[in-house]
Design a protein around this ligand. Sequence first.
Ligand code: SF4
Length: 206
Amino acid sequence: MTDTNAKPVPISALQHYAYCPRQCALIHLEQSWAENRFTAQGRIVHQRVDSKKAETRHGLRVERSVEVRSEKYNLSGKLDALEIDIDSGELCPVEYKRGKPKLHDWDRIQLCAQALCLEEMRNTRIEVAALWYWETRRRDPVSIDDQLRALTINTIEAVRLQFESGMTPAAVKTPRCRACSLNELCSPDLSASDHSADYVEGLYRP
Ligand code: SF4
């Protein structure tokens, strides 16, 4: 059950959590942030998108930087672009990404959360959304199917529990750490080899 008094979960937190739960906690609970090459490129892509105005072309109205919110899931965020088919009224959220399509679902979870918000706000159903990748200049349609919806709702619940607990999980070193902007701050190498916590705990073990 959603606590209506709780602060809305930022949609970006879902992507951070799906990438690494510790990254999510460092950013959203501890307000830690560090920029690396990837985040800087991402910021530039979003600045370019944000600076564009709404326009109508080829039967589509395209709105930029659209604020969205869901009471049901207690979510809030912003879409890069919302395409509205002028004839049918069909909506298609579009998220711009700096890199290239990924095998993992973290970008798709973010997009699906945006779709869930739009469905609630505009009393509609969204079947397909899109991710646009700067590096490959490619637009990928994303089916907002039951599987992605379930994964997204599970991630919303996991983030909500993390926020409620206020706990930052320990670092678990994975290949993702290499591209993580918080690598230096998080020190996954150090955490993996630092057994001081175990030592202290062992002192009090009967
Ligand atoms: S460095 Fe690795 S463990 Fe640490 S926050 Fe980033 S992805 Fe997570």
